[in-house]
Design a protein around this ligand. Structure first.
Ligand code: COI
Length: 370
């Protein structure tokens, strides 16, 4: 019989040496992990095995496993927050499960019943709840991951897989905190392309982007602003989606714009949350919210006319990351910041709208899952 994934079957093996929570100022993004991890094996023949929550530790895998040779790997990233009434809530985990399944389908790994994985992540958090940090900017970052584990070198769909979830107490993604960054507009390397898999959260999309990032860093830029095609469309920034704000100097109308989900753009949960909140909270008399193609040339032209108002990256890890400068050709395009601050006004508002929901100050539908 092919067994479905069943969270109620979980076996829990607790650590004998629980760790002490670190203080917030010791937390660096993804450097330390909680005491337990979740693992579930899958085989084509038998389906999903028994989910296990066990002490955090090494995996033991045959060196011929498909993950090591052909990149059968996908991951997700989501956060759980400690609210003022001491509940722990995951932010929109259903969206991560939807995306996990799209990534899995693309690289022939098994799809999951997302609800069962959410329940299992809940049980994992329950084990390690004393390690979930408290305070704005702090959270438990969850990293669901799936790998192909077929021990064979033939290039084919894995008939074995391992789903695992690890968890890391985190502070702000950038050591500098909420500080505007300088980007290098990058057209000599391409992050994603039509017909590719840039909209999926596959490890294979990330490793090749690190060299251009190092090269940009040598020139004094923290991240790449990924351009695409002869039109030099703006697609993403670093590992995040990207938003720009323009203001028409004739009509005074403002536009919040991000690239459309055309298969080359990661379907970011933060991106989706920002678009929903902006469509709801910003008056349509004053604002247009657009998912459309826009290029670095358009940004440079608008900047020259004083119509570039702000720009920021958006992702789970950093939430929003304001941008202050974009190196393009011989010049730097300057993005205005509010006087004495590290972001534009809308960027600041959006960070607050999202934090209020994540930290439980504001309730919003099913976005927070206890
Ligand atoms: C995010 O912005 O949440 C990311 O995907 C970054 C992650 C790869 C560390």
């Amino acid at each position: 019989m092919i067994a479905p994934l069943d969270a109620s079957k979980v076996q829990i093996n607790k650590t004998k040496s629980p760790s002490k929570p670190k203080s917030n100022n010791e937390l660096e993004f993804g450097k330390t992990f909680t005491d337990h991890m979740l693992t579930v094996e899958w085989t084509e023949k038998n389906g999903w095995g028994t989910p296990e929550i066990k002490p955090y530790g090494n995996l033991s895998l045959d060196p011929s496993c498909s993950v090591f040779h052909y990149g059968f790997e996908l991951f997700e990233g989501l956060k759980a927050y400690r609210t003022p009434d001491n509940q722990i809530t995951m932010f929109r985990p259903d969206k991560n499960m939807e995306r996990l399944n799209k990534s899995a389908a693309r690289i022939c790994l098994p799809t999951v019943n997302g609800e069962e994985v959410i329940k299992l992540m809940g049980k994992l958090i329950e084990q390690d709840k004393y390690l979930v940090p408290e305070g704005q900017g702090y959270a438990l970052y969850l990293r669901p991951t799936m790998i192909g584990t077929t021990p064979a070198l033939g290039v084919s769909a894995p008939d074995r897989a391992l789903l695992f979830v690890i968890a890391s107490p985190v502070g702000p993604y950038y050591k500098t905190g909420f500080k505007a960054v300088r980007l290098e507009a990058t057209d000599y390397a391409t992050r994603a392309w039509p017909g590719g898999c840039g909209d999926k959260k596959l490890g294979a999309n990330y490793a090749p982007c690190v060299l251009p990032q190092k090269q940009a860093a040598e020139r004094g830029y923290q991240q790449n602003l990924w351009l695409f095609g002869p039109e030099k469309y703006i697609t993403e920034v670093g590992t995040m989606n990207v938003f720009f704000v323009f203001k028409d100097s004739k009509t005074g109308k403002k536009e919040l714009v991000t690239a459309p989900l055309d298969g080359t753009i990661l379907e970011g949960v933060t991106r989706d949350s920002i678009l929903s909140l902006a469509r709801e909270k910003l008056s349509s008399d004053e604002w247009t919210i657009s998912e459309r193609y826009f290029s670095i040339t358009e940004v440079a032209e608008k900047a020259a006319k004083g119509e570039l108002v702000e720009a920021f990256g958006a992702g789970t890890a950093a939430v929003v990351s304001p941008i202050k400068e974009i190196g393009w050709g011989e010049k730097d395009i300057h993005v205005p910041l509010q006087p004495g601050k590290q972001s534009g006004a809308l960027t600041e508002d959006i960070a607050k709208w999202i934090a209020d929901i994540q930290y439980g100050k504001e309730k919003r539908g099913n976005w927070s899952r206890v």
